[in-house]
Design a binder for this molecule. Sequence first.
Ligand SMILES: Cc1cc2nc3c(=O)[nH]c(=O)nc-3n(C[C@H](O)[C@H](O)[C@H](O)COP(=O)(O)O)c2cc1C
Length: 398
Amino acid sequence: MKQLSNKHVLLCVTGGIAAYKAAEIIRLFKTSGSNVRVLMTSAAKEFITPLTMQALSGNQVHTDLLDTDAEAAMGHIELAKWSDIVLIAPCSANSIARLASGKGDDLMTAVCLAAECKIYFAPAMNQAMWSDSRTQNNHKKLLKNKFIPIGPNSGEQACGDEGYGRMSEPQEIVNNIASGFSEGLLAGKKILITAGPTREKIDPVRFISNRSSGKMGFSIAEAARDEGGLVSLISGPVSLETPNEIKRINVESADEMLSEVDKVINDFDLFISTAAVSDYKPEEYEVQKIKKEKNTDNLNLELITNKDILKHVSKDKGDLKVIGFAAETQNIIENAKRKLNEKNLDLIIANDVSDPSIGFDSDENEVYLITDEIEKKIDRVSKKKLSRSIIEFIANYL
Ligand SMILES: Cc1cc2nc3c(=O)[nH]c(=O)nc-3n(C[C@H](O)[C@H](O)[C@H](O)COP(=O)(O)O)c2cc1C
C-alpha cells in the first residue's frame, strides 16, 4: 500500500489474547514500506515476547516510562514526535479505561497524551467486557477525544463466547490506516457496498434468484477504492474475484444481507446498494427436496416479501449518505423518482433492464443519476468508466 510507504508507525500492544495478531500487523506495515516501532505494556509482555516484536519490526521495543536507558535513547515525548500515527492493537478494556481517564502513568498512556498525530485503537476483549456500560462510557470518551476506533468486530471469541469484542483482522486495521493517508475524492471515507443477487431457498437444491452478476457493484467498489475510500463489499453469490484492498463478506439470502449490513452500518459514511435483492422469499423452507407429485401439473409456492434493506438503512440515517439502484423496465425516471422519495435516498441510479445489451450480466450500462435537484444521464459506457463517473458524481454532489 503506497500510502504507508516511509510512514512512522508506533504500534502499542496491550495485554489481551489478540496480542499475537500484532505480529501480523507489523508484517503488513513492513511490507507496505512503513518504519515500525513497538511499545508494549507490561501485561502485553505476558502474551507475546518483546523479542518477537523486535525481530519483526527491526527496532528495539519500548516498554518502560521510567527506564533510564530507554529514556536516553528515545523518551515518551520523542516517541510521540517520531510517530506519523499511533496504533493501539489490541487495545484492552483496561487500556481504554486508562486512556479515557487521561492517565499518563505508563509509557503508552504518556505517549498518547503527548502525541499530536492520529491515534487509532482496535478494541479486543470478551463480548461481556465490551458491552459493560463502563467500557462503553470509556469508549465514548475516547471518541470525543483524538482517538479513532477500528472495530471491534462480531464473531467467535477465544473464550468460546460469540459477539462483539473480537479485534478487527490485521489487514482490515492496516487498510483503515492506509485510507487515512489516502488522496482522492473519497479520501478517508468509509463506504459499504452491496452487490450481486440473493438466493432465497425453496428446498435443499432449489432457490429463487435473479440474473445480477455483481459486476456493477464490484466495479463501483474498485472506483471508490481508487479515490481513496475504505471499501467493504457485502456480496451475494457471484463468480468475481475480490478486488485488492477491499473487505468482502459473502451472503446468500436477503435476510443474511440485511443482518450483515445491520452489524456494520454505523461505521460507514456512505452506503451504496447495488445488490439485486430478491423482493420475495418462500414462506416455508422445505427441509427435504420437494418430490415431483404424480397426477398433478401444479406446484404452488407461497411467497412473502423480504424486508427492504435500503428503506431500513435510510430510516434513521443521520449523516450517512444512502444511494440506491433502480432496475426498471418501463417509466424509468418516474419510477426512480418515486423510489428516491419513498426510500429517503440521497441519490438513485436508474437503468433500463429491458434492453439486453446493457444492465444485468453485461459489461456496459447506461444510467440516469437522480437526486432531489439533479437529473443526469450517462450514455452507454463500460461499467468501469460508468463507475468512475458515479463515484465522481457522489463525491462532488453529496
Ligand atoms: C489469559 C488472559 C486473557 C486476557 N485477555 C484479555 C482481552 O482479550 N482483552 C482485555 O481487555 N483484557 C484481557 N485480559 C485482562 C488484561 O490482561 C488485564 O486487564 C491487564 O491489566 C491489561 O493491561 P494493559 O491494558 O496495561 O495491557 C486477559 C487476561 C488474561 C489473564
